[in-house]
Design a protein around this ligand. Structure first.
Ligand code: SAH
Length: 365
């Protein structure tokens, strides 16, 4: 039994079953036993590999996209470069290296990381020492403090790769003609799903999904909507752009996407809480609708493979491949394939851009 399992079972015995969202939040973010407090979660020895950990080219292309946005914004100085859930800090390190030749941009950038895990903050500080860390996006300063309040707003460039999939979801199931919330209960020392009354977040489920057949599963992620709200508030007030990359689906639909990954294999999300990564696929339609309702201009979601090729990944791979021996160039081409092929990360992963209406449309869509 993991220490977290023991703690959760005691809690359930005392106060009853907990929502899946509360369970996910405890498993990922518990300050001592949470998954993201573990040392090795990323890469070959860890549990999963993300695009920036596959290849430096991913961060380089995003860096050029961000530099283009900054130029179209009129080269503001200072500008916040904010990353949500930066993992090991690899993506930001690659971005900063790629934009170094854009001298005024590098000098204007103030890097802010929104990161809940103390362990990962330490890993990020090794790769990007000159960053500031925050618990939430709302805490990132929006003013430079150089002149009177309200007169010195700082615009923000915001990126999030595989951040939204880690945000807690609620699940509901249509059972006996009515909807119940899927809760985590404890029985004989084991955790298991049980049905309970639907909490208030059930109102976020679409009417179309609610009308679905017996046995349908509905998912909603209120935390994602609240992050989109914070992004919109910031971009509307101070200007900027946001780029969200994640695995997920384009159109709202019924279905169970809750999953646990350990050592690159799917596993039971309830057997060893705190030991496996828990995620859900991102509902891009919900993000898009929320952003548009807040007045933002929305681009995508487009597929990661198409986005990266449209902004020049093919040319970048060719240049890099030419810089080493045959084995090196074979590796570069394998990485290119991993990021873009339809049977790999190319179509499951999607890219969404959000920005105020006055900013020129972004490349890649
Ligand atoms: N972007 C990185 C890491 C993805 S893993 C990459 O692509 O490699 C998810 C990241 O989000 C981790 O850094 C995790 O600690 C962070 N995270 C997850 N939920 C969070 C939350 N609610 N608040 C802040 N950070 C969170």
């Amino acid at each position: 039994m993991t220490p977290l399992k023991d703690h959760l079972i005691k809690r359930i015995e005392a106060t009853g079953p907990m929502t899946l969202a509360a369970y996910m939040a405890e498993c990922l973010m518990h300050p001592t036993y949470g998954y993201y407090q573990k040392q090795a979660v990323f890469g070959a020895e860890g549990d999963f590999t993300t695009a920036p950990e596959v290849s430096q080219m991913f961060g380089e292309m995003l860096g050029l996209w961000l530099a283009d946005r900054w130029i179209k914004m009129g080269r503001p100085d200072p500008v916040n470069l904010i990353e949500l859930g930066p993992g090991r800090g690899t993506l930001m390190a690659d971005i900063l290296r790629a934009v170094a030749p854009v001298e005024d941009f590098s000098a204007a950038v103030q890097v802010h990381f929104v990161e809940a895990s103390k362990q990962l903050r330490a890993a990020q500080a090794e790769r990007v020492p000159n960053a500031d860390w925050h618990d939430t996006l709302a805490q990132v300063p929006q003013e430079s403090g150089a002149s009177a309040p309200g007169e010195d707003g700082v615009p923000s460039l915001i990126i999030a790769n595989e951040f939204f999939d880690a945000l807690p979801i609620h699940q509901y199931e249509k059972s006996g003609g009515k909807w119940v919330e899927r809760m985590v209960g404890g029985m004989n020392g084991e955790l298991a799903l049980v049905g309970g009354p639907c909490g208030p977040q059930f109102s976020l489920v679409s009417e179309r999904v609610k009308a679905g057949p017996e046995g349908s599963i509905a998912e909603v992620c209120p935390a994602a909507l609240s992050v989109i709200g914070d992004i919109a508030e910031r971009l509307n007030a101070q200007g900027g752009a946001a780029l969200v990359v994640d695995y997920g689906y384009r159109k709202t639909a019924a279905g169970d996407t809750f999953q646990a990954l350990q050592r690159h294999e799917f596993t039971d999300p309830f057997s060893a809480p705190g030991e496996a990564d828990l995620t859900a696929h991102v509902n891009f339609e919900m993000l898009k609708t929320a952003a548009a309702e807040k007045g933002l201009n929305v681009f995508g979601p487009t597929m990661q493979g198409m986005f990266l090729m449209a902004i020049g990944l093919g040319a970048r791979a060719q240049v890099l491949a030419g810089q080493g021996d045959d084995a090196f160039s074979a590796n570069i081409l394998a990485d290119l394939k991993r990021l873009t092929a339809t049977d790999q990360m190319g179509t499951l992963f999607k890219v969404l851009a959000l920005q105020p209406h006055e900013l020129a449309p972004p490349p890649g869509f």
